[in-house]
Design a protein around this ligand. Structure first.
Ligand SMILES: [Fe+2]
Length: 187
């Protein structure tokens, strides 16, 4: 026996903590105090500034230094994934969400790398990633590196999570009273 099992078609997820370091408290205040025009619907059951008219948090001068840091993380990830051009932020928005809010499973279109930066959140809340929502294969008895179909990451304050834009993701009913997330698309 000299059989081999190889892992192909990975779903890379990048994350980093203490993203803003000493700058965090100051920038958190700036995000919390800024006024966003938000909407809410059944699909995005959060207060979101995601609209076709205003996806430009990254164009605001007061958030420039935050996006400088996010740029570094996104481009580090992109380099690891084999991309050699400098990725630029195309769209960005803020979600304010409350207990029992949720985001329906979705992907981000017309981008390469998408992500979330947690301005205020608790580790009890998670972002969930799925390989394939239609995967109804027989469940394995033992979970291991050969059969993962989904993975969850805690939404820790001052954490950045990056993923390829077509990676399916969602949130469950929120446990904490308030959460604020900056989301963005790069290409
Ligand atoms: Fe998303």
């Amino acid at each position: 026996m000299n059989e081999k099992i190889e892992l192909w078609f990975p779903t890379p997820i990048y994350y980093s903590d203490n993203v803003l370091g000493n700058e965090f408290k100051n920038k958190q205040e700036t995000f919390l105090n800024h006024h966003y025009d938000t909407v809410r619907n059944d699909y995005m059951n959060v207060d979101t500034s995601h609209s076709l008219l205003d996806l430009n948090v990254h164009h605001l001068e007061k958030f420039q230094s935050v996006f400088d840091v996010i740029d570094q993380h996104v481009n580090t990830f992109a380099q690891k994934l084999g991309y050699r051009h400098k990725l630029k932020c195309e769209t960005s928005w803020v979600n304010k969400s409350y207990k029992n809010d949720y985001l329906y499973p979705h992907v981000h279109s017309y981008a390469l790398i998408s992500g979330a930066y947690y301005i205020q959140s608790l580790k009890e809340d998670h972002i969930h990633f799925m390989k394939d929502i239609k995967d109804m294969k027989l469940l394995p008895t033992v979970n291991n590196d050969l059969n993962h179909r989904s993975i969850s990451y805690s939404c820790v304050t001052d954490r950045i999570i990056l993923f390829l834009s077509d990676t399916l993701h969602h949130t469950m009913k929120q446990k904490s009273d308030f959460k604020m997330t900056l989301s963005f698309n790069y290409k």
